[in-house]
Design a protein around this ligand. Structure first.
Ligand code: DQA
Length: 151
């Protein structure tokens, strides 16, 4: 299985950015943690972060037909990133959305995710542990889908 782990704007400065909301774990520590879990689960993880929506879209295009699923924290693009949403829809593999913070317990405008309708589900509010849960849930979903296909 090949899974893309994508991070949107401002997530590269995790650890320094509002630690009272997003915690002290850095992006590198987060990625290392998820990579270690992916290795145990025999999954190839392709990690990418960008502060630019178009770069995330280009990255998804690069993996059209070349990956089995996506775990993404879209950052602020969650709330308005229509071209990112459409790229996630175009890639036609299961997508899990992750948020470090509980977006429903914060400002009103954070409650709307334009990404959620094209995902199989969300893991919200568990800090960096959410990425590991999302990877495990995605792989379980893919294993179920394979079983159904095989009959
Ligand atoms: C976030 C929540 C978003 O509202 C915010 O813009 C982020 C981080 C989260 O992980 O909690 O950049 O996606």
């Amino acid at each position: 299985m090949r899974v893309l782990l994508l991070h949107g704007p401002n997530l590269n400065i995790l650890g320094k950015r509002k630690p009272e909301v997003y915690g002290h774990t850095t992006m590198k520590q987060t990625n290392d943690m998820v990579r270690a879990r992916a290795e145990v689960l025999d999954c190839e993880l392709v990690v990418f972060q960008s502060n630019h929506e178009g770069d995330l879209v280009d990255h998804l295009h690069r993996y059209l037909g070349e990956c089995d699923g996506v775990v993404i924290n879209p950052g602020a693009l969650t709330h308005y990133g229509i071209s990112l949403r459409e790229a996630l829809e175009a890639i036609t593999v299961p997508v899990v959305e992750v948020h470090l913070s509980n977006i429903h317990a914060r400002e009103e405008w954070r409650r709307l995710s334009v990404i959620s309708p094209v995902t199989i589900g969300q893991v919200i509010g568990f800090g960096p542990h959410g990425y590991i849960a999302a990877l495990e849930l995605l792989l379980a979903y893919l294993a179920d889908a394979q079983r159904v296909e095989r009959g």
